[in-house]
Ligand binder design. Structure first.
Ligand SMILES: Nc1ncnc2c1ncn2[C@@H]1O[C@H](COP(=O)(O)OP(=O)(O)OP(=O)(O)O)[C@@H](O)[C@H]1O
Ligand SMILES: Nc1nc2c(c(=O)[nH]1)N=C(CO)CN2
Length: 161
């Protein structure tokens, strides 16, 4: 899954979101990318901090989405404009090789293949994962996008399940 924040103390918020996931029953955080500083895609807004986390869960994709939305709300996520700045954004990218299409949930995330701010951190922890619609690995997808707006950093997140 993808984490993003461009309001408030973003690194602390992302760390808090990881801790909230680890503290959720039925969710184990297996790995986390380092933090990436990324230029905003979409309306002019502050730079983002982005990361990706690899989790295992017993939850269904829909139940997992509900957890993500609850954690976002817990950090004061106020939905103003689409693609506008936010304290915390949690997106489900892949759920194994499953493909989901409902009114509230599309997996794989429909815009992940064009987003260097997603693919760069994701390739750090899941380079060999296959995106089931294109059949390509995360590493291959990353090769196909412009990474100029994505800056890796040495910032590591703590994981304590
Ligand atoms: N894979 C997914 N991960 C997270 N939310 C999803 C997913 N698929 C659909 N959604 C739906 O998207 C809704 C809007 O999410 P949000 O406003 O955060 O979009 P966004 O993050 O601004 O834009 P984008 O979807 O391009 O990242 C959520 O309430 C959720 O119901
Ligand atoms: N750099 C960057 N740009 C974005 C991001 C994000 O996480 N990082 N999220 C968006 C809406 O999901 C829109 N634009």
């Amino acid at each position: 899954m993808a984490l993003g924040s461009n309001l408030g103390d973003s690194l602390a918020i992302l760390q808090g979101a990881i801790a909230a996931l680890a503290a959720t029953a039925d969710i184990t955080v297996q790995a986390c990318s380092s933090a990436y500083k990324t230029a905003p895609v979409g309306p002019p807004q502050p730079d983002y901090w982005n990361a990706c986390a690899l989790i295992t869960t017993q939850l269904s994709p829909e139940a997992l989405l509900a957890v993500l939305l609850k954690i976002e709300a817990g950090f004061g996520r106020i939905r103003q404009e689409r693609w506008g700045p936010r304290l915390l954004d949690l997106d489900l990218l892949l759920f194994g090789q499953q493909i989901w299409h409902s009114s509230t949930l599309q997996v794989p995330h429909p815009r992940m293949n064009e987003r260097a701010f997603v693919l760069a951190p994701l390739a750090e922890i899941a380079a060999d994962w296959i995106e089931p619609i294109s059949g390509q690995t995360v590493a291959e997808l990353l090769q196909q996008v412009d990474r100029s707006g994505v800056q890796p950093t040495a910032w590591q997140f703590e994981i304590d399940n």
